[in-house]
Design a protein. Structure first.
Length: 134
């Protein structure tokens, strides 16, 4: 059983539904699906020119995950352009809009058997910090 996909943060105003080749009816054109996270990866890397590390941070994923999403998106767009296929923007596990950083990616911000998160992720409470009495 595969692991469930973690949501990725996107900051797209309102993506278009898709594109199709000029002069071909849609019903006679093969259709490819580009996920929303792939469209966001293309926007961050190619349109805004961000490095993968910065773009991955903005999407709330690791750099290798961002690289896989970007490679998959570029392959889908290239296939659609070269082979004259329609491109439809589809769904993906995403969280819309910029905002607070995601909680701990290891424990997803939830409590672990009655205790807080032990990792040292930015924004996570320090598990070794002693509480000072008021």
């Amino acid at each position: 059983m595969p692991r469930p996909a973690q949501p990725r943060r996107i900051d797209l105003p309102r993506p278009v539904a898709g594109f199709k080749p000029i002069g071909r009816p849609l019903r006679a054109t093969p259709v490819l699906t580009l996920a929303l996270d792939g469209l966001e990866a293309l926007r961050l890397a190619d349109l805004e020119g961000l490095y993968q590390e910065a773009a991955a941070e903005r999407m709330g994923v690791s750099r290798p995950t961002f690289a896989r999403v970007l490679a998959r998106a570029r392959a889908v767009v290239a296939e659609a352009l070269v082979e004259g296929k329609a491109l439809v923007v589809g769904d993906a596990p995403v969280v819309a809009g910029p905002g607070e950083p995601f909680p701990c990616p290891l424990h997803w911000g939830g409590r672990r058997r009655g205790r807080g998160c032990r990792c040292r992720h930015e924004g996570a409470p320090d598990p070794l910090a002693k509480e000072t009495p008021p």
